[in-house]
Ligand binder design. Structure first.
Ligand SMILES: Cc1cc2nc3c(=O)[nH]c(=O)nc-3n(C[C@H](O)[C@H](O)[C@H](O)COP(=O)(O)O)c2cc1C
Length: 135
């Protein structure tokens, strides 16, 4: 079992419809490949973690990183894990910072990371939340 974590920047600020389209495809493909994870969107920035069988994770990431919808894809971490942090989500999703949102990015991320047991993974997500709090 492997986990990979990356950040990237959207070409244009994603709206709900384009995010929904990403999620629909992700959930279909990930469920078939045994991948679970979480995608967080803060303004134009994505933070995503993929977890599952190593080969499936790397194949999926190769596909994602070539997607012209985003650029500046930076891998933050990859490595073996003992158990999934998001076993129940083929791709969980948290958005913050969109026009009309009532929940701030840090508050939204705070809620979603509270149950994560892995301290390193939690630190990546809270770092992302802090970056958006400062913006
Ligand atoms: C930020 C972001 C996250 C994505 N996450 C996933 C994902 O978790 N799984 C996936 O299969 N595709 C994901 N995609 C979509 C892929 O880049 C690609 O478009 C898709 O896998 C193609 O699937 P298809 O060949 O079945 O249409 C993501 C795209 C973006 C921009």
């Amino acid at each position: 079992m492997h986990r990979l974590l990356y950040i990237s920047t959207a070409r244009t600020t994603p709206d709900r419809a384009s995010l929904d389209a990403i999620l629909r495809v992700s959930r279909r493909n990930n469920a078939a490949a045994g991948i679970t994870g979480l995608l967080i969107v803060g303004g134009k920035r994505f933070l995503q973690t993929l977890e599952g069988p190593a080969e499936a994770v790397f194949e999926t990431f190769d596909r994602i990183r070539r997607d012209p919808a985003h650029f500046a894809v930076v891998e933050l971490a990859r490595g073996p894990i003992e158990k999934r942090a998001f076993p129940e989500w083929s791709m969980g999703y948290q958005i913050g910072g969109a026009a009309g949102d009532t929940v701030s990015v840090p508050a939204a991320i705070g809620a979603v990371i509270a149950p994560i047991e892995d301290a390193t993974l939690r630190a990546y997500f809270s770092g992302f939340a802090e970056m958006h709090a400062a913006a």
